[in-house]
Design a binder for this molecule. Structure first.
Ligand SMILES: *[C@@H]1O[C@H](CO)[C@@H](O)[C@H](O)[C@H]1NC(C)=O
Ligand SMILES: *[C@@H]1O[C@H](CO)[C@@H](O)[C@H](O)[C@H]1NC(C)=O
Ligand SMILES: *[C@@H]1O[C@H](CO)[C@@H](O)[C@H](O)[C@H]1NC(C)=O
Ligand SMILES: *[C@@H]1O[C@H](CO)[C@@H](O)[C@H](O)[C@H]1NC(C)=O
Ligand SMILES: *[C@@H]1O[C@H](CO)[C@@H](O)[C@H](O)[C@H]1NC(C)=O
Ligand SMILES: *[C@@H]1O[C@H](CO)[C@@H](O)[C@H](O)[C@H]1NC(C)=O
Length: 299
């Protein structure tokens, strides 16, 4: 008992002697946290909106809040002075900045600069990256039967960001693939104003390797419809004969089925009549009889 209480006393004395140090450490920790640079990133899509939330301490009075990019004013306020014209596509809500109708050019590094009435700075950097979905690739197939049957396929997609190459996929891989098909050219053309890319690719298919099924092309996360190339051509002028044959075949099939059903019905009736004549009991009749017998036993 003595040892335990002495140990507790000793621990208390040590704690008391350490207390000023922990206080100092806590204070240093507090300032290092508030003054350290909090880095966050935001993603937006072309035409959509984002909100930058600049972290601030609610209980302290803000003297100035500047939201800027590359040291240029975007939006903000100053308790005592006028501030420059804010960007047209931004609105301020305390220390949150909403940005509307995003363009690729809005991508970049932004800084939140907050000065409190007691002169503490708390800068924050926020990186914004603006992307745009490519349109679903449009597939154009044109075949040439004159120079050994071959097909030219163009996959084209518009208005995406960042730059992405058109990719081909499907059964067009394997040992013979290099003779079977080849990509003739690909291009990613940026629009000088919007910076959005049109991405396209042209491939030629050698049809002596037969039909190629379930092919597709994709750019970014968007994939085209599946398509087939080198599809065997149906002779068009025989189509009337074909439908005639089909109709005759269908009528014959119906006649055969009807005759078959009539024959089955006739044989069944024949069997039934033969059975009844011999005094035989059909299986379903046995079940019915048993049921009646049980009821009679119960009552
Ligand atoms: C300002 O932000 C608060 C929450 O931070 C929100 O409730 C309020 O609707 C916003 N005001 C406007 C005008 O957007
Ligand atoms: C872009 O594509 C993503 C999925 O990849 C989807 O969640 C988002 O809604 C699309 N954006 C637009 C503007 O269609
Ligand atoms: C790609 O190649 C095809 C066939 O040679 C040609 O018609 C087309 O203009 C080319 N496209 C580009 C962007 O060079
Ligand atoms: C991208 O494609 C669209 C639609 O085909 C076209 O109007 C536009 O001019 C193209 N842009 C570029 C930079 O080629
Ligand atoms: C297509 O492939 C066949 C067989 O390999 C070859 O003889 C022919 O020259 C090829 N055609 C073209 C246009 O490459
Ligand atoms: C593609 O989709 C994945 C998740 O489905 C997403 O993380 C990625 O950002 C998307 N990429 C593009 C270019 O849209």
């Amino acid at each position: 008992m003595m040892a335990l209480s002495w140990n507790l006393q000793c621990f208390r004395n040590q704690w008391l002697s350490l207390r000023p140090l922990t206080l100092v450490l806590a204070v240093i920790g507090f300032f290092s946290v508030t003054e350290s640079v909090v880095q966050t990133s935001l993603r937006g899509e072309v035409g959509q909106n984002v909100t930058f939330h600049c972290p601030s301490e609610k209980q302290r009075t803000i003297k100035l809040f500047y939201f800027q990019r590359d040291n240029k004013f975007v939006n903000g306020f100053h308790a005592l002075k006028n501030v420059p014209e804010p960007w047209e596509n931004t609105r301020l809500n305390k220390t949150a900045v909403q940005m509307f109708n995003l363009k690729v050019s809005h991508s970049g590094n932004y800084d939140c600069i907050i000065q409190y009435s007691d002169n503490q700075f708390a800068p924050t950097h926020i990186h914004l990256s603006v992307t745009a979905n490519y349109s679903k690739p449009n597939v154009t197939i044109s075949c040439d039967k004159n120079h050994g049957y071959s097909c030219l396929v163009i996959c084209a997609s518009q208005g995406g960001y960042p730059q992405r190459k058109m990719r081909w996929s499907g059964a067009v891989t394997g040992n013979t693939s290099s003779q079977m098909w080849k990509v003739l050219n690909s291009s990613e053309v940026p629009d000088p104003n919007t910076m959005l890319f049109n991405s396209s690719s042209t491939a030629s298919f050698n049809c002596s390797y037969g039909e190629q099924k379930f092919l597709s092309c994709s750019v970014g996360n968007v994939t085209s419809e599946l398509f087939n190339v080198c599809v065997p051509q149906e002779p068009a002028d025989n189509s009337d004969d074909h439908s005639m044959i089909a109709r005759v075949a269908a009528i014959c099939a119906v006649v055969v089925v009807v005759i078959g059903l009539m024959f089955l019905k006739w044989t069944c009736r024949k069997q039934r009549q033969a059975g009844a004549a011999a005094g035989a009991v059909m299986p379903e009749e046995v079940i019915v009889l048993r049921g009646i017998n049980k009821e009679e036993e119960a009552s």
